[in-house]
Write a protein that binds this ligand. Structure first.
Ligand SMILES: NC(=O)C[C@H](N)C(=O)O
Length: 613
């Protein structure tokens, strides 16, 4: 059997013997980690020159090579006899070299270095044109955002990328160890989870319209008289066939005439089809956009959260999470907001708010501990260059229980603050501003704080209403440096309460579930055209002030509302208490690294006015 497998492998290998042999490259991290234990070994190393300088009157060069596997560079020595040195020393030059690992001379700070015997490949750089200067002359992080395609070659972005990767690994590890399943929720969605009306639309209507307009310019739509003429031709060709049949003409003659007739008929259909083409975005009779002509035959958006969809899996597989990009079309220019960011969203069946908080606390602590264990070098880089207390913070958070305080008590504490004047007034009912959140965690408690039971008026419709009828079972985890890191809640699992809550909520809270009932009611009273019944609805049920974008969008678009029924079905059939939260992944990186701007902890930041690459 083994001999057979070997023969198959050999035959398979010989099938691709025209390919260049695979590259066996040793990572710089592994060389540095082994230190002098690997001295004398011959290896192939690849990387980009961070700094290079000729020495010994141009007889050799020292190159600091980095391959991204770790923060530290490997010192590489190349003799002028091996390769022209001027072509190797520019910052940014890439190379694949073969050489021997050597212990450096006594008294130097390197642990090992590489003496190059052969330069296998080089990607040269014109130093005068290269946008990233030598590492001593640093570009600001802000300037680096203008060269987002090259900034990954800097120490900072490299360190952040490794930390980000480790946090992603830790996330999957944590949930897997705890029996959670990773569920891929859709990026394109037709539900607005947060109801904040901050969704990016997904549509092909514009490109379709452009195409049609171009088409119409080149080949204008047929006029009525052209269509009429084509119809006359069909009549003539039909008559011709009839005549041939009457004259008992040969089969061939008749079938040739039938072909001509069919072509004339096809031509009429084509012309009629084309005559319907109109420039611009398709609209209905009432002027609203005809989304039924769009790609999905309805309005679709980029998701703001995977929560609603992941709830469907939680209500079947009990412990699940989703981790993916989310999008918010918020015109926010702060250092804490992105239009595209990643969220980790666990959702747990048979879990109440306490269980939710326990999970959140355990998860954040796990992430902190993981970084301490797996990212020491990069964290030390952060401490040296960005935030002296970054490691201390991780140590503190990973080992200290989080404070848990109700919103009501938190507001009382903030109201009694005397030493500081807040820009935003504190009173029961407000959504805590970032300054309040940070004051709680940084000044009052000096550790992570979980605020729970928020006023129902400021939270989303899906959160469980508490018995006091004033608050919902929501919780936010606040951490030093960042403020809100996590937002979550116990979900409203009672069908009647969920419906009720949607109805009594100010419509600004986007109570789409209620709209379904509305549509059913309107149908019952014989109103079928939802778009035209909107005014009737608004004036009869609510004052006009209560209109909102979503209502406008859904009703104006005449969308089929039934698809939203699925969320209620989870409550109709085998409803179960369940809870979940969302952790802003980039906020976690800000918290861990101490970096100031969220645009520097995501590889390709998207924010108002910018979507490079
Ligand atoms: N899964 C969650 O609870 C997160 C929440 N949907 C949010 O986007 O803030």
């Amino acid at each position: 059997m083994a001999a057979h497998a070997a023969a198959v492998a050999m035959a398979a290998a010989s099938l691709c013997d025209d390919l260049e042999p695979a590259t066996v490259r040793t990572r710089i991290r592994d060389i540095l980690a082994a230190g002098s234990a690997r001295a004398g070994e011959s290896v192939v190393v690849g990387g980009w020159v961070r700094t290079g300088r000729e020495q010994g009157k141009g007889t050799f060069a020292f190159l600091e090579l980095n391959d991204g596997s770790c923060a530290t560079t490997l010192q590489v020595i190349v003799d002028a006899t091996v390769h022209p040195l001027a072509r190797l020393i520019a910052t940014g030059t890439s190379m694949l070299v073969e050489g021997t690992i050597k212990e450096p001379p006594e008294g130097t700070k390197q642990n090992v270095e590489l003496k190059v015997s052969r330069v296998l490949e080089v990607g040269e750089v014109d130093a005068a044109a290269y946008p990233l200067p030598k590492s001593k002359v640093k570009l600001t992080l802000e300037k680096l955002r203008d060269v987002v395609h090259l900034r990954s070659r800097t120490n900072t972005i490299g360190a952040v990328a490794r930390i980000r990767h480790q946090l992603a690994c830790a996330t999957h590890r944590f949930f897997d160890e705890d029996g959670f399943l990773y569920v891929h929720t859709p990026i394109i969605t037709t539900s607005d989870c947060e109801g904040a009306g901050e969704m990016f639309q997904v549509t092909t209507l514009f490109s379709q319209a452009e195409k049609t307009e171009k088409e119409l310019k080149e080949h204008p739509a047929p006029s009525d008289s052209e269509i009429e003429a084509a119809k006359v031709l069909v009549k003539e060709k039909g008559d011709a066939v009839a005549q041939l049949k009457a004259a008992k003409a040969s089969k061939q003659e008749i079938s040739a005439a039938v072909d001509v007739l069919n072509r004339a008929k096809e031509n009429v259909s084509k012309l009629e089809e084309r005559s319907k083409l109109k420039p611009g975005i398709p609209r209905r009779d009432d002027g609203s956009i005809a989304f039924e002509n769009d790609f999905f035959k309805r309005q679709a958006f980029l998701t703001v959260s995977g929560q609603l969809q992941v709830e469907t899996y939680a209500c079947a597989l009990s412990s699940v999470y989703t981790f993916g990009p989310t999008f918010r079309a918020e015109n926010s220019h702060t250092s804490r907001h992105l239009a595209e960011f990643w969220m980790v969203e666990p959702e747990i069946a048979f879990a109440n708010l306490q269980d939710d908080m326990n999970c959140a606390e355990k998860y954040v602590q796990y992430l902190c501990k993981w970084l301490l264990d797996h990212c020491r070098e990069d964290m030390e880089f952060m401490v040296k260059n960005y935030d002296k207390s970054a490691i201390e913070r991780l140590e503190l958070v990973s080992s200290t229980p989080f404070v848990r305080i109700s919103y009501t008590k938190a507001v009382e504490l903030l109201k009694n603050v005397t030493g500081k004047k807040f820009d935003n007034k504190v009173e029961w009912g407000i959504d805590l501003a970032s300054e309040h959140e940070r004051y709680l965690t940084e000044e009052i408690f000096k550790k992570p704080v979980i605020v729970y039971n928020y006023p129902k008026g400021i939270k989303a419709f899906y959160m469980k209403l508490n018995d006091d009828d004033k608050t919902v079972a929501a919780m936010d985890v606040l951490v030093p440096k960042v403020g809100e890191l996590i937002g979550g809640s116990q979900r409203e699992e009672r069908l009647d309460v969920l419906k009720q809550r949607c109805v009594v909520l100010n419509l600004k809270m986007k109570t789409f579930v209620y709209f379904i009932d509305l549509s059913i009611q309107l149908k019952l009273v014989g109103v079928n055209n939802i778009a035209t019944s909107r005014t009737l609805y608004i004036s009869s049920v609510y004052s006009v002030d209560h209109t909102n974008d979503l209502l406008d969008r859904i009703l104006d678009a005449g969308l089929p509302l039934e698809p939203y029924e699925w969320y209620l079905d989870l409550r109709r059939f085998g409803s179960v208490k369940h809870s979940g939260f969302g952790l802003g992944f980039e906020r976690m990186i800000l918290f861990a690294t101490g970096m100031e701007n969220i645009r520097d902890v995501i590889p390709f930041p998207r924010y108002p006015g910018r979507a490079d690459l």
